[in-house]
Ligand binder design. Structure first.
Ligand code: AMP
Length: 553
């Protein structure tokens, strides 16, 4: 593990991508298969591969407790060092200096300790195992163990560079590595296959989830039309959760966007899938609906992550799967077929409720696209996807074959109530703002969201100074500030939320600009938020599912 730390440190020390790849490839070449599997996964900043169902469930406070117990340092001292780094790994390595009993520990031993932490039930047991692991590590190794558990190495190594390093290490074309990675959804497995020269056999295997194809955002209809050139195939963009359905004659499974199995949360979809007459892999979006209407995302949340769904919940929040792609049919992978052909095959399945087909329509001008967009919004959907009918399905890629067009629902003027120290590039500056609107009835400010600023670096630096002066309460990471700074916030949607006192949370908020021309007296009110919510997300404005299904024909 110490060697992993040394390599990771030297990768972090160079800004040259070429050099990072070279160092990593060199390291990968020295590893035997079992170590390589772990190292390739960990170098992407995650303890388990993307399609591994396990999650660590070890939060920041557990991490803190383990380090606190091991070092015996006062929490004030720990906070002081943390603020210096704003990175859990760098922090841990400094405070653990001279406070561990380093013994040589292999990657596989660390892997076994990760499994132990994951399996332990309850925070106290997890903290205990974690502390034991830290205790036997050199601070440099501990630094990277903590970074892996915090899901971010911060050494400028995106997944793409790890793929490049695997390709370089085993002298294979990058294209081959990317393909195996797309199909397996597992960089560790990809590296092991590359090492053994077994890259040709990779194909779709049902019940091994593949990574989802992603879309690139476009700003407006004009940009969208310019990118697609001539004609745009639009699909309604549904605001639910992405799902991949795998079905054979004797088994059905659903996987979420992070490739975890979610079958148990959606039994009605699994039951209906059993009745399909084909072996399939369908890509789509799960939506909640009742009495023919799409329900708010808030309702769907009640179904997410469930291991067991009661009859009552099934009745209260029934779900459908809006299918938009077919990636495998009766033994044949369809990834390389054009979308138009995949769509025909999807329609040919004749799947019935709770399966629906995504509504699609063709636009030839930007005006057309604007009209379709407005109609989509009227039906209560988020926006539009624009897809190239000739395109192949490229798992895991955010390319130009799929574009997404969302527009801010509205902007609101809000006042900043708290600020937080940023991470990575934003380390050392106050870059996350919590903001509020005015609740006129109660005459108080109520928070409606938190966002990274969309401000320039120079503005953020100035605002950091400003907020340091405006701090009323310093809680370490978070500072409460005088509610005087007005910002304009754009967002895509509103949901009910118990997290904020307002009862609402803006979804995907971003700060558009500072409103130095405004004072807190001028900010928007809770009544406005409520009105927007009712207008766009109230019961009666939601899409009728009959409409969705009909339009899909
Ligand atoms: P975003 O989450 O904003 O990056 O948008 C991409 C997400 O939109 C996908 O991951 C899907 O969950 C969702 N989505 C909704 N409708 C569609 C559709 N018709 N095609 C593809 N993705 C869709």
């Amino acid at each position: 593990m110490l060697q992993f730390g040394k390599v990771a440190d030297s990768i972090g020390a160079t800004s040259s991508k070429l050099e990072k790849t070279r160092l990593l490839a060199e390291y990968f070449r020295t590893l035997e298969a079992a170590d390589l599997r772990l190292a390739a996964t960990w170098m992407t900043g995650r303890p388990f591969s993307l399609n591994d169902p396990r999650t660590m469930q070890l939060g920041g406070s557990s991490l803190w407790r383990a380090v606190e117990a091991l070092t015996g340092l006062e929490s004030e001292e720990l906070s002081r060092v943390y603020l210096k780094h704003s990175d859990p790994g760098d922090w841990a390595s400094e405070v653990l200096q001279g406070r561990t009993r380093p013994t040589p520990t292999t990657l596989q031993e660390v892997g076994a300790a990760f499994a132990e932490i994951e399996e332990a039930s309850g925070a106290a047991a997890k903290v205990g195992h974690f502390r034991a692991l830290l205790e036997r590590l050199d601070p440099l190794a501990a630094k990277y163990v903590v970074k892996i558990l915090a899901n971010d190495l911060r050494i400028g190594l995106q997944e793409g560079l790890v793929e490049e390093a695997v390709a370089a290490a085993f002298e294979l074309p990058l294209k081959t590595i990317k393909r195996v990675h797309m199909l397996t959804g597992d960089l560790g497995e990809t590296a092991v296959r590359a090492r053994a020269g077994e890259t040709e056999t990779a194909s779709i295997e049902l019940f091994k989830p593949i990574r989802f194809m992603l879309a690139t955002a476009v700003a407006d209809a004009a940009e969208a039309m310019q990118r697609v050139g001539g004609q745009a195939w639009t699909e309604e963009k549904y605001d639910g959760v992405r799902a991949q359905l795998h079905r054979t004659g004797d088994r059905v499974a659903l996987y979420s966007r992070d490739l975890k199995e979610t079958t148990a949360a959606f039994p009605e979809i699994a039951e209906a899938a059993e009745k399909l007459e084909h072996e399939v892999l369908i890509d789509g979006e799960v939506l909640a609906h009742r009495d023919g209407k799409v329900l708010r995302f808030f309702e769907l949340q009640r179904r997410l992550g469930r291991k067991l769904v009661s009859e009552q919940l099934r009745e209260e929040v029934p779900v459908v799967l809006v299918a938009f792609d077919l990636l495998y049919l009766d033994g044949e992978p369809l990834l390389d077929r054009p979308l138009a052909e995949r769509r025909k095959l999807l329609e040919g399945l004749g799947a019935e409720h709770p399966f629906l087909l995504a509504r699609f329509e063709t636009a030839t001008t930007a005006e057309d696209l604007d009209r379709i967009f407005d109609e989509t919004r009227e039906r209560g959907n988020e926006g539009l996807m624009l897809k190239s009918p000739e395109s192949a399905y490229t798992p895991g890629r955010r390319g130009m074959a799929w574009l997404k067009l969302k527009r801010p629902l509205a902007t609101l003027d809000c006042v900043v109530t708290a600020v937080e120290w940023g991470h990575g590039k934003r380390r050392g500056v106050l870059s996350d703002y919590t903001f509020a609107v005015r609740d006129e009835d109660a005459d108080r400010l109520v928070n409606v969201g938190k966002a990274y600023t969309g401000l320039t670096d120079a503005e953020i630096a100035t605002m950091t100074e400003h907020f340091l002066e405006q701090t009323t309460l310093d809680r370490g990471r978070v500072r409460m500030v005088e509610p005087e700074t007005v910002v304009e916030v754009a967002f895509d949607s509103i949901q009910r939320s118990a997290r904020h006192r307002s009862g609402f949370a803006l979804r995907f908020p971003r700060i558009v600009r500072l409103r130095t021309d405004k004072t807190p007296k001028d900010i928007d009110t809770l009544a406005t938020v409520e009105r927007l919510y009712q207008r766009f997300f109230g019961e009666d404005t939601r899409t009728s599912l009959a409409e969705v299904a009909e339009a899909a024909d």
